[in-house]
Design a protein around this ligand. Sequence first.
Ligand SMILES: CSC[C@H]1O[C@H](OP(=O)(O)O)[C@H](O)[C@@H]1O
Length: 350
Amino acid sequence: MNPIKPIFFEEERLFLLDQRKIPLKEEYFECNSFKDTYYAIKEMVARGAPLIGAVAAYGVVLACKEFKDDHKQNFIKNMDYAIKHLAKSRPTAVNLFWALRRMEKVFKSNVDSIDTLENLYTLLINEAHNICYEDLETNYQMARYGVKVVKQKARILTHCNTGALATTGYGTALGVVREAHYVGKDIKVYVDETRPRLQGTKLTSWELQKEQIPFTLIADSVSAVLMKKGYIDLILVGADRIAPNGDVANKIGTYGLSVLAKQFDIPFYVVAPTSTIDLDISCGDDIQIEERKNEEVTNINGVRVAPDNIQVYNPAFDVTPSKNITGIITEVGILGADKNSIREFRRKGD
Ligand SMILES: CSC[C@H]1O[C@H](OP(=O)(O)O)[C@H](O)[C@@H]1O
């Protein structure tokens, strides 16, 4: 089975599997400029916190390609503009800003001393490649830790898409599902649709069907009764930003699932790389929640199904308090969703 390739950089162009078209079409969207990558992130051609970071990293590469023949002062001004522009694409996933900071560090620490801007371009390409390689390795490591919380024949509920399509190729929460399947845990998955963008219906179903991992698609509203009936053994979700106290921002609907999980005493794990932990904030209230356009709620496949001229509220994420989270599965181990565990991890990882 060919691995899913959500992103690749070839002949100085960035290619993104266009997730707006899956599962009906498997087509690549080509980015030739940093503005193309801004568009791709904003319009969710490619989405998912870790993948958004990788796309932004190549956005900086494409900016360098665009401006490297300028005079150095113009080059620096244009690169600063490009990085600031990319940072405005989507506000919640901290991986975007983490990746941009990494790329900016390579740019700023070399631009004055390097002999040619062509060589700086090569350094930036290598850094973007490294971000992707590291993310893939992180996916595998999280899956190896995460499989420890998956019991034999577990019935796992997932939310949104946290697979190869949200990362550079294996997955966070869905990576744990993949690993559990491949090591023979005989699991089955309940995939919730995840309105309004339907990442579950369109993306997670597509990924699991490709690999013949047993799953059942459900409307978001079915989760509660499945938990009440005892049909769910474990809930695995991703994250877009984790506060140092263990509060987690993730796709809208996650908070409600966590409340139900607590009510029915079902283990509720977040799976995310440590690059998703934001030490510059103190708690979930500090996380900016992206609000997206009304049409995502009023339309289905481009066809309006709601009356005209109505009020719509379309937050793309919500915040799950640490007290509702059993643990945070990362590439350095399974952390408790609390200040001390996260502080302890940083001391080891510093
Ligand atoms: C690898 S988990 C990423 C995270 O991103 C998704 O949001 P979106 O589809 O809007 O980018 C969702 O919150 C996932 O849990």
